[in-house]
Design a protein around this ligand. Structure first.
Ligand code: NAD
Length: 291
């Protein structure tokens, strides 16, 4: 069994990005610049945005954190987005989700200039991805594809079962793995909350991508020997015995499933660290494409 080390792979990608930043600067050009917009004081969002900003600094990017109060109106946020779209010193930006309830997320995401949409959530970028055109691929599925490529996992003609159909993970990864290409060409089944007899599907799967957010959902009796397991789930489970008062776990019953798997991602340390690395990669691409 090969344990897929997402932390090491993400660090390797960050080092590669840092080298490219040095090369850009050695030509007298400015470093890539990523901004993050955070509305309100949601604790988890603050943590995520904080680590995105710190990662920018590590690879030599410029970064801006734009914090707006919880009471910001939709119109005020849209005005800010317009400013960011027009700011030539900015290559890409993200609007951290979720937004406060009084703001229409879809309206905001649609207002982002697709050329600066390094999250890859804008419909025009999502459409370009589906049509196999050059674009920003959403960071988590982009990270999964990088793990598959860098661990040289054979996907040709394999049966992939994706559990979950969210717009940020399940749906895009199902599109990417079924596309033509060296790490695509898979036959993909997308399972979701209305799927019947999931076990009979997962038992046939060569590769399982689990993105539903239910700890211990995928058990050893659901998988065949030699399966490749990509566990995207991240759930905080309260546990008073831990220093932080909780621990993080994935969707897969790791100890039992790992005994049957050929490759498996741990949680934490698997897909999670890749997400920020791929956001940085998208910002570097934005710098190149928009130059
Ligand atoms: P979501 O929470 O929006 O939706 C869950 C999906 O699971 C839905 O599509 C639903 O149809 C499906 N589902 C629910 N019950 C099911 C069942 N019994 N059988 C089959 N499918 C079922 O999905 P999301 O936003 O992709 O998040 C999924 C998990 O991935 C969460 O734990 C989230 O924290 C994690 N996540 C991790 C990263 C990362 O960087 N590693 C990024 C995004 C999300």
């Amino acid at each position: 069994m090969v344990l897929i080390d997402g932390k090491a792979t993400a660090n390797q990608i960050k080092n590669e990005i840092a080298e490219e930043v040095k090369a850009i600067q050695s030509k007298g050009e400015r470093a890539p610049h990523l901004a993050a917009v955070l509305v309100g004081n949601d604790g988890a969002s603050l943590t995520y945005v904080g680590s995105k900003v710190r990662s920018c600094e590590k690879v030599g990017f410029d970064s801006s954190l734009i914090r707006l109060p919880e009471e910001t109106t939709e119109a005020e946020l849209l005005t800010k987005i317009k400013e960011l779209n027009q700011d030539d010193t900015l290559d890409g930006y993200i609007v951290q989700l979720p937004l406060p309830k009084h703001i229409d997320e879809e309206k905001v995401l649609l207002a982002i200039d697709p050329k600066k949409d390094v999250d890859g959530f804008h419909p025009s970028n999502f459409g370009r991805m589906a049509l196999e055109l050059e674009t920003f691929i959403p960071a988590t599925p982009f990270g999964i594809m990088q793990l598959i490529e860098r661990y040289d996992i054979d996907t040709q003609g394999k049966h992939v079962v994706v559990i979950g159909r969210s717009h940020i993970v399940g749906r895009p990864i199902s599109i990417l793995m079924s596309q033509k290409g060296a790490y695509g060409n898979a036959t993909v089944t997308v399972a979701h909350s209305r799927t019947k007899d999931l076990k009979s599907l997962t038992q046939q799967a060569d590769i399982i991508v689990s993105a539903l957010g239910v700890p211990g959902f995928v058990t050893a009796d659901m998988v065949k020997k030699g399966v490749v397991i990509i566990d995207v789930g991240i759930t905080r489970v309260e546990d008073a015995s831990k220093e932080k008062g909780y621990y993080i776990t994935g969707d897969v019953d790791f100890d039992s499933v790992a005994q049957k798997a050929s490759f498996i991602t741990p949680v934490p340390g698997g897909v999670g660290p890749m997400t920020i690395a791929m956001l940085l990669k998208n910002t570097l691409l934005a710098r190149k494409w928009n130059a």
